[in-house]
Write a protein that binds this ligand. Structure first.
Ligand code: SAH
Length: 222
């Protein structure tokens, strides 16, 4: 990754403050996690006219009615996967590509799938330009998972589902975890599903507000 070398100094400083104030001070202190957020240039994943706000404590619009999540939520969902560094993981909802870039620093291989072709194309360009070689991206309905590379030790869904999509559960490794927002549009619970010998444990991490999941196991008509 070489774009970081040429970035304006303010971005590096803002990014460091984001890590300290929004992530570390809220209790996520794992050094590898913090290092990933220090490294990935979030301002290159937001529309150019919003770069000034890239490190703010909020979600931002990325076009087509979609958003790049608040940094803390990206960090929380990533930390819930408890990655050691060698796993293959799946992200449903590539959006800007930022969550995939963070995962690429913390997992062995990242597969990411996006429903909207224009967003997928833009994210793939950004990720390739920054040299994240362990990310595979495609266009498609991620509510069905991505069979070709399954099973996954971790799956993150960055759009909210009416209920947990069964294909995602069946694409987990034994011991693998699925993190996803489930619930009504505008308010959801962030659920963590763990696969243990063919059984699934579910727990709730917090409440969140994500854009709706589309596709077969998503919201009809959204
Ligand atoms: N993870 C993103 C945030 C994306 S917002 C980031 O880091 O920027 C949620 C994304 O999920 C949107 O881009 C939306 O188009 C996508 N999405 C919604 N339903 C989907 C589906 N069934 N399959 C794949 N992507 C989907």
């Amino acid at each position: 990754m070489n774009a970081g070398l040429a970035e304006p100094r303010e971005f590096a400083l803002e990014r460091h403050q984001m890590v300290e104030r929004q992530i570390e001070h809220r209790g996520l202190r794992e050094p590898r996690l913090l290092a990933a957020f220090e490294k990935v240039p979030r301002h290159l994943f937001v529309p150019e006219e919003l770069r000034y706000a890239a490190y703010d404590d909020c979600a931002l619009p990325i076009g087509f009615g979609q958003t790049i999540s608040q940094p803390y939520i990206v960090a929380l969902m990533t930390s819930l996967l408890e990655l050691s560094g060698r796993e293959r993981v799946l992200e449903v909802g590539t959006g800007s590509g930022y969550q995939a870039a963070i995962l690429s620093q913390l997992a062995g291989e990242v597969c990411t799938i996006e429903f909207i072709p224009e967003l997928a194309a833009r994210a793939q360009k950004t990720l390739a330009g920054l040299g994240y070689a362990n990310v595979h991206a495609c266009i498609g309905d991620g509510s069905l998972g991505w069979r070709e590379f399954a099973p996954y030790a971790g799956i993150i869904v960055t759009a909210s589902a009416p209920k947990v999509p069964n294909p995602l559960l069946t694409q987990l490794t034994d011991g693998g975890q699925l993190v996803l927002p489930v619930g009504a549009q505008g308010f959801q619970l962030l659920e963590v599903w763990k696969c243990r010998g063919g059984e699934y444990d579910r727990r709730v991490a917090t409440s969140v507000a994500f854009v709706p999941l589309r596709g077969k196991y998503g919201w009809k008509g959204s």
